[in-house]
Every structure is written in structure tokens, then in C-alpha cells.
Design a protein around this ligand. Structure first.
Ligand SMILES: Cc1cc2nc3c(=O)[nH]c(=O)nc-3n(C[C@H](O)[C@H](O)[C@H](O)COP(=O)(O)OP(=O)(O)OC[C@H]3O[C@@H](n4cnc5c(N)ncnc54)[C@H](O)[C@@H]3O)c2cc1C
Length: 433
């Protein structure tokens, strides 16, 4: 029962954000017949992969669920102009997620995850660069390094401690005095007392990267369908599987708005929408949508040439392709709500002149919000869940999905073809929750 032009291929990828297109590219390159289905269009505004900051960040090797975050988060939590906000509401999944986040936010767990997160992201930046000059040019991919600026002594101590931990994990981190900061970012104002430069970080225009990678995937033979929605999947044995819902079983059929497919394997890469899709298989994915905002403006003369993190404000300013600059920040746990809170947009804009000169009266080109798919331990979910033999998960990437995109795709292709993924993926296992 196949409608329209859809045909069942060996592997079906659900979701055309960075995780999906990268998986499709690496699968096709490995000679696998792959079909990708995207509800919106590739490079469209709904995906978190559209308007994010485009930072490729081997330096983000400490999970966000790390010591200090919980105390800070509690202080910020109820202020609607703070960088972190939880909309107060009764939601069992959210409470469960918050308990998991609290349990994961220990020094030991952060330090244990750091070497893996660093190696994965360093490999990912290399893989993106290996995709060639055309992609680098069109997506403005450049390894510029990134700079963190601080204004307050307490934050400076915190940033130095973080840099020391990251160095132990292998990250190249250089502490800079205020005058050295200004050499790299001349717009840094007199309130800046120091900074850290992470040499290995890179930047990209995210939606261009997705579109270009999808194009490469097509050239390798992948079939990509836009404007098609996956409704649900069915395992052997009927609804949710024939073993009381949690037993093992294969996905037999996938129902879409353009017909039913019977792929041999399924890759779920549907970002913040992933939990609702696996629910039809009686699988639980503890992913919360974490809303963030970006503001794209005409590039002012004072725009930093490299991604610049305004540390205490949790705001980033970065060049975004020709003639543009993007500001971004905020993590808001408000469910699947995609409304825009003007106070947060104002809070992001107001933070900038506290750190950088010459960045006022900005001409806004686009205000965007996206839903990051965040797990309780803030580590991605990559692998095959115990209870569905032919399902691979490539989701839960939280704040580092662009950065992890290339390596996620390569790992998924290796797992689908029975190859060694090249990394110990225990910390990212779908069965760890
Ligand atoms: C403000 C902000 C700034 C960020 N900055 C960075 C950064 O600098 N660096 C970084 O690495 N990460 C950053 N991120 C995080 C990054 O954007 C995400 O981790 C990443 O985009 C997740 O990609 P994904 O492919 O998993 O999900 P998405 O990009 O959300 O893609 C999921 C896709 O699945 C599709 N889909 C959903 N349901 C269905 C269905 N039923 N049928 C078919 N298709 C479906 C959706 O339409 C969507 O296109 C940022 C996020 C935000 C919000």
C-alpha cells in the first residue's frame, strides 16, 4: 500500500534537520538505499536546525547538566527575562525530567562525559570540513575559534575552572587578559576583565549547512521527500509490539501522509518531536523541548569577527554569512509551545551593549525561536534501543546538535551497516534512562 511516489527502501530516516540529513548522507555514501521524510521543507524554519547560532563546539564538552547549574537555574527559573526559565505547570514528564537533570548534574558525571563529547565534536568538525570547498563556501563554514568574555570576578573564576576541566578532556583553551581579549574582539568594552579563547571551535550558517548536506545526500542517491508527515510506526505483533508493549520487536510499517512504508530499518531524527513518534511504539524518550531565540540583524561595523559568548548573560553574538550578525540565547522549558516572549528578545538585545561597544540601534532582519531536544543528562541519544530491533535513534542533541551533526550521521550509517561505530557509545545509549 504505497501512495504517491513513496517507495520503501532499506532505511527510512524520519526528520530532515541536521541529524536526519547527515544520517541520510552517510547512509547513501555507504551504498545504502535511503529515504528521508521531512514534514516541513529541508532548511525550513520549524526545525531547530534552522535559526540556531551555528557554532561547532568541541569546547562544549561539559554537559549542561553539570555542578552549579542547578543552583543558578533555581535563582533564574522564575524570572521571565532570565536566560533559563521553566514555565510553572503540572507535568509528570517534566517533573521526571527535572529529577533526572538534578541527578545527572554532578562533578563526576560531567567529567566522565567530557572526553567523549570533545572527541565526538572534534571529529565532527573535521568531517564537515572534509565535505569540501563548495559546502564550506556556501554554508560559510570556518574554523575561527570562539571567545568567551567575562565582566565579573565570580564568573571569571568559574570560567577558568571550566577551562581547566576542559583542558583535562583534551580541549585547547587559552586564558586571555582584558587587553588580549580586545586584540581579538576590538568591540569588547572596558568592563571586560578577561576571557577564554577556544581555538578548535568553528561556525557555520546552519540552514545553509542543512540544505547543502541534503543536496550532497541526494547526489549520493538518497531520496528526500518534503512536506510528508510520519504519523506512527507499528511493530510486529500489532499496536506497540506484541510483547506487552516493552518486548523486543521489529518496526513493520510506518504510516505517513503519503502512504505506508515497510523499511528494513528506521532512523528517528525528529528532534523535539521524537518522543511523540516513539510513543506509538510504546517506547519512552525523556526529551524535553527547550526553546531558544535568535535575532538576526544587519551586520554592524562593530560585529565581532568570531563567535563571542557573553558569559554571564548566556548570550552569543556571531557573524552569520554575508552582511549578517546573529544574537542568540535563552533556554525555556515551556513544552511544545512555540510562542515568542518579547521580554526574552529584549533581554538578549539588552545584554549586548554591556559587553560590546557599537552594537546598538541594530536593524532586525529576523526573530526566530526553535525547540532544542534536551535529555535529562543533556547528552544525545545515539544508538539502537533494546526494545526495537530495527530502530536507530539520532536525537536528544540539546545545545550541540549542529556541532554533533556530521559525526552523528557517520555513527548512524556505521550502526545501520553493522560496522564498528568507532566510539564507545555507552553514555549515549537509548537504554540509559
Ligand atoms: C537558539 C538556539 C541556538 C542554538 N545554537 C546552537 C549552536 O550554536 N550549535 C549547535 O550545535 N547547536 C545549537 N542549537 C541546538 C541545535 O539547533 C539542535 O541541537 C539541532 O538543530 C537538533 O537537530 P535535529 O536534526 O535533531 O532536530 P531538528 O532540527 O529540530 O529537526 C527535526 C526535524 O524533524 C521534522 N519532523 C518532526 N516530526 C516529524 C514527523 N512526524 N514527520 C516528518 N518530519 C518530522 C521536523 O519538521 C524537523 O525538521 C541551538 C538551538 C537553539 C534553539
Amino acid at each position: 500500500m504505497i501512495a504517491g511516489s513513496l517507495t520503501s527502501s532499506d532505511v527510512l530516516v524520519i526528520g530532515g534537520g541536521i541529524s536526519g540529513v547527515s544520517s541520510a548522507y552517510h547512509l547513501a555514501k555507504a551504498g545504502v538505499a535511503v529515504t528521508l521524510i521531512e514534514e516541513d521543507r529541508i532548511g525550513g524554519r520549524v526545525a531547530s536546525s534552522y535559526g540556531n547560532m551555528g557554532l561547532l563546539v568541541p569546547s562544549h564538552a561539559l554537559p549542561v547538566a553539570s555542578p552549579g547549574v542547578v543552583a543558578k537555574g533555581l535563582r533564574w527559573m522564575l524570572r521571565s527575562d532570565s536566560p533559563f526559565y521553566i514555565r510553572p505547570r503540572w507535568d509528570r514528564e517534566l517533573l521526571r525530567w527535572l529529577r533526572g537533570f538534578h541527578a545527572a548534574a554532578t562533578h563526576e558525571r560531567a567529567v566522565a562525559a567530557a572526553p567523549l563529547l570533545y572527541r565526538l565534536q572534534a571529529a565532527s568538525v573535521d568531517l564537515y570540513q572534509a565535505l569540501g570547498a563548495r559546502l564550506a563556501k556556501r554554508a560559510d563554514l570556518e574554523r575561527t575559534g570562539a571567545l568567551y568574555l567575562v565582566r565579573e570576578q565570580a564568573a571569571w573564576s568559574e570560567l577558568r575552572e571550566e577551562a581547566a576541566l576542559l583542558r583535562e578532556a583534551g580541549v585547547d583553551a587559552a586564558l586571555l587578559q582584558a587587553d588580549e581579549v580586545r586584540e581579538r574582539v576590538p568591540a569588547a568594552n572596558d568592563s571586560i576583565i578577561g576571557g577564554v579563547f577556544y581555538r578548535e571551535d568553528a561556525r557555520v550558517v546552519p540552514d545553509r549547512l542543512v540544505v547543502e548536506l541534503a543536496e550532497l545526500a541526494r547526489r549520493e542517491g538518497a531520496t528526500i521527500h518534503e512536506g510528508v508527515t510520519v504519523f506512527r510506526a507499528v511493530r510486529d505483533g500489532g499496536r506497540g509490539g506484541g510483547h506487552g508493549g516493552r518486548g523486543s520487536g521489529r518496526i513493520r510499517e510506518v504510516y505517513t501522509s503519503a502512504g505506508t512504508l515497510t523499511p528494513r530499518q528506521v532512523v528517528l531524527a525528529a528532534g523535539a518531536w521524537s518522543p511523540q513518534l516513539v510513543a506509538s511504539l510504546s517506547l519512552r524518550l525523556p526529551i524535553q523541548p527547550a526553546k531558544g531565540y535568535s535575532i538576526t540583524v544587519e551586520r554592524p561595523d562593530a560585529c565581532p569577527a568570531i563567535p563571542t559568548h557573553l558569559y554571564e548573560a548566556k548570550v552569543v553574538a556571531s557573524p552569520m554569512g554575508p552582511g549578517r550578525m546573529r544574537l542568540g540565547g535563552t533556554l525555556e522549558l515551556a513544552g511544545m509551545d512555540r510562542s515568542v516572549n518579547p521580554r526574552r528578545i529584549q533581554a538578549i538585545l539588552a545584554a549586548v551593549p554591556r559587553y560590546l561597544n557599537g552594537l546598538y540601534d541594530l536593524r532586525v532582519l529576523e526573530i526566530w525561536r526553535g525547540l532544542r531536544p534536551v535529555t535529562p543528562d543533556t547528552l544525545p541519544i545515539i544508538g539502537r534501543p533494546r526494545h526495537a530491533d530495527n530502530l536507530l535513534l539520532a536525537t536528544g542533541h540539546g545545545m550541540i546538535g549542529m556541532s554533533m551533526g556530521a559525526i552523528t550521521g557517520q555513527i548512524i550509517a556505521r550502526l545501520a551497516t553493522g560496522e564498528d561505530p568507532g566510539f564507545d557509545l555507552t553514555l549515549l545509549s537509548p537504554d540509559r534512562f
